[in-house]
Ligand binder design. Structure first.
Ligand code: B12
Length: 210
């Protein structure tokens, strides 16, 4: 039983083995963040194999589902840490046209563990939905995930609408997702880019202090 075995189980989409191994690894003291890190690399490889037509959509789906199941097993371990003063309110979603949610869900867990209050607006969220939900929730931060180059423009669209409506200063906007970069964040006028869920909590805490 090793992290490598778990990676193999997720790669081959074996949910039951994935859940079992993940449980054994955390019970044995492996850091859940180390597991997520390793599995994110596996998903990157899956994506590359998909591009090279070495695997097809059903395989990518099975790996994605196996990873989601592992994240469910890790959830109580990520949430450990006891109480604390809420640091801020975040509306979090995946942008319009984009159904990728694994990364967003991990970010949500990590932010909750870091004492942020989260309103998860799911996937395929319209720019106006982000803004409406942020207003209703009294959010400090809007977090938008995009996993595809084709949906990244909706992160910009949301910021542009905020500007047009004179609400840009009401919220800090943070973006993320595999194809996004710090350069893209600067180009579209986001306040922050976080490369992974592990750094997001710290970076967001810093952002609210500014
Ligand atoms: C799993 C997967 C799927 C699953 C999604 C399952 C689910 N429930 O989410 C399924 C099979 C459904 C799927 C579908 C498709 N997919 Co897909 N998918 C992937 C894959 C392999 C992994 C994504 C993933 O979960 N990674 C693991 C997580 C943990 O990493 P992450 O999302 O990057 O998140 C981390 C950070 O980025 C960051 N983060 C993420 N979001 C945010 C947000 C904020 C605010 C912050 C601060 C941080 C942050 O923190 C996270 C944790 O550390 C990627 C490959 C890749 N390299 O990304 C392709 C990939 C994204 N998919 C791709 C494609 C093409 C598709 C489809 C169009 C395929 C098809 N022909 O139908 C559809 C599109 C569906 C749609 N409309 O969205 C392409 C996109 C190419 C492009 N245009 O850019 C990729 C890159 C694969 C490839 N190389 O071709 N996919």
């Amino acid at each position: 039983m090793s992290l490598q075995d778990l990676c193999k189980a997720v790669e081959t989409g074996d949910q039951d083995r994935g859940k079992d191994l993940a449980q054994k690894l955390v019970d044995g003291g492996t850091n859940p963040l180390e597991i997520i890190d390793a599995l994110t690399k596996v998903m990157d490889e899956i994506g590359e194999k998909f591009t090279r037509l070495e695997i097809f959509l059903p395989e990518m789906m099975m790996s994605g589902e196996a990873m989601s199941k592992v994240v469910e097993i890790l959830t109580p371990h990520l949430k450990k840490g006891g109480g604390g003063e809420p640091k801020g309110k975040v509306v979090l979603g995946t942008v319009k046209g984009d159904l990728h949610e694994i990364g967003k869900n991990i970010v949500k867990l990590m932010l909750q563990a870091g004492f942020f209050e989260i309103k998860d607006i799911g996937v395929d969220a319209d720019p106006m939905t982000f803004i409406k939900e942020a207003q209703e929730f009294g959010a400090d931060i809007i977090g938008a995930s995009s996993l595809m180059t084709t949906t990244m423009p909706h992160q910009k669209e949301m910021i542009d609408i905020l500007k047009d409506q004179g609400k840009r200063d009401k919220y800090k906007v943070v973006i993320g997702g595999a194809p996004t970069t710090v350069e893209w964040a600067e180009e579209i006028g986001a306040d922050l880019y976080a490369p992974d869920a592990g750094s997001a909590t710290q970076l967001l805490s810093g952002l609210l202090k500014k």
